[in-house]
Design a protein around this ligand. Structure first.
Ligand code: SAM
Length: 439
């Protein structure tokens, strides 16, 4: 989400005549786009913010901006008092305060009506920053902003605001703009992306499906030049059969579902207010696998949630050992201000125990995914090449697995290659080009 927001901001700045620099120290304008989902992310943001202070002291004319979840949708004056070297604050997904500030300060030379016209033309349209045009193969399009689910551990509803789906025209305009700049793969984003459209009066004219996200996927599937479509993150309770059928039927939509379980014990799930049980999740995984054979599933796990006993953690471990999912993003519970968990549940799992549980899941996944990937040796998979890395082409399969291959003779960026897999590990695979699928 922040990557997409930063691209938007950068392209908006370019419209004001700014260009990017390689080093922050060389810049006249520095914007820090922040995440606070865990304390570690917030600490990183503070540490970087403090490192900018001497820069501002030496060159008071530079503009420093703070954007994203550290600011939040309901910004208060206190951040300004804490960080007096910051000139401007902007909420997540909204570059307007930054652009307005620069327009008024640096853009005075520009004719006001001309600027207004330029921004009107850009409304709802993401134009990639110059250095990414024709270069970026896979891009993100936020389709649901904010979240209204209020899991007890999560700060996002407080910082990104209530759930707001964007209208279909906006999404399509942005997608077309990205495709016209060379993008081949679009990932639709939302905290609960499978809830897309339920908050809108009429999400789409002539709806074909009771699941509004399906209609967006259909429209994108018909978009010329676009080759792959993904969506994340899904919530188990909103994953309809209709949506899974669309993934199976629509050729451009990739068979990869990101659907966090967070914990494998019902008491922990209830205290997290996730709204499902471990058995519900088991049935969901079965359903996904039935509808999308050969597809992949990614999940998120929080270890050390308040009150999580050894036996409850073991239930999460056992669930993952049983389900053998392709990815488990694992995080140690971090108390976040304002959340129900932070206010009412003591953070009672010691840090070293959280780390032990995190490591246990990581080791398990390494084995599980190593085995899943090893089955691909000798098989040919379609890889959409995103770029080069250390002399090799780097891309992803439809199931979102990372593949590297060598070929000094062809420029594969943005093309689909059929790659015969020769080596696999838990985190990546290698292969050789079998044939060009003409992508
Ligand atoms: N909204 C999605 C959901 O919860 O289903 C996923 C997006 S969320 C930004 C990314 C992940 O961060 C969550 O799935 C969760 O595992 C993790 N996370 C959120 N709050 C956390 C917290 N307080 N401590 C540790 N991890 C957290």
């Amino acid at each position: 989400m922040n990557v997409a927001d930063s691209q938007r901001l950068e392209s908006a700045f370019e419209k004001l005549g700014l260009e990017s620099t390689a080093r922050a120290a060389d810049a006249d304008v520095i914007v820090l786009n922040t995440c606070v989902v865990r304390q570690s992310a917030e600490d990183k943001a503070y540490s970087y913010l403090h490192s900018l202070r001497p820069l501002k002291a030496n060159r008071p004319e530079i503009v420093i901006g703070l954007m994203g979840c550290l600011v939040g949708v309901k910004s208060n004056g206190r951040l300004g008092e804490r960080f007096p070297w910051v000139d401007v604050f902007a909420p997540p997904s909204d570059p307007t305060p930054m652009v307005e500030f620069l327009r008024q300060r640096a853009g005075l030379a520009l004719d006001q009506s001309e600027v207004a016209e330029r921004f009107a033309a850009q409304d709802n349209e993401i134009v990639l920053p110059l250095h990414q045009r024709g270069q970026l193969v896979a891009a993100h399009v936020p389709v649901v902003l904010g979240c209204s689910h209020a899991c007890t551990f999560c700060i996002i509803p407080f910082r990104r605001g209530v759930e707001r789906s964007r209208n279909v025209d906006e999404i399509m305009t942005e997608a077309r703009s990205l495709v016209s700049q060379g993008v081949k793969e679009i990932t639709l984003l939302g905290q609960i992306v499978d809830r897309y459209g339920y908050d809108l009066q009429s999400p789409i004219s002539n709806p074909q499906s009771p699941t509004p996200l399906v209609d967006v996927l259909r429209l994108l599937n018909d978009m010329e030049g676009l080759e792959r479509i993904r969506f994340l993150t899904s919530h188990p309770n909103w994953m309809t059969d209709d949506l899974l059928d669309a993934v199976a039927e629509l050729p451009k939509v990739c068979e990869h579902i990101e659907v966090p379980v967070q914990a494998g014990h019902d008491e922990v799930l209830a205290r997290m207010k996730r709204g499902y049980t471990a058995d519900d999740y088991r049935r969901l995984v079965e359903r996904i696998r039935r509808k999308l054979p050969g597809g992949s599933i990614a999940t998120d796990i929080i270890v050390g949630f308040p009150g999580e006993t050894e036996a409850q953690f073991q239930a999460t471990y056992d669930l993952l050992a049983e389900l053998k999912l392709d990815v488990a993003h694992t995080a140690k519970y971090s108390p976040r201000p304002q959340t129900v968990a932070q206010r009412t549940m003591p953070d009672d799992v010691p840090p070293e125990e959280k780390e032990r549980r995190r490591k246990a899941i990581e080791d398990l996944q390494e084995r599980v995914v190593g085995e899943i990937n090893a089955r691909l040796i000798g098989q040919t998979v379609e890889v959409l090449v995103e770029g080069e890395h250390k002399g090799k082409w780097r891309g992803r399969t439809r199931t979102n697995k990372l593949v590297f291959f060598e070929d000094a003779l062809t420029d594969w960026r943005g093309k689909r290659a059929n790659v015969a897999i020769t080596w696999t590990g838990p985190w990546s695979m290698q292969g050789v080009v079998a044939t060009d699928s003409g992508g």
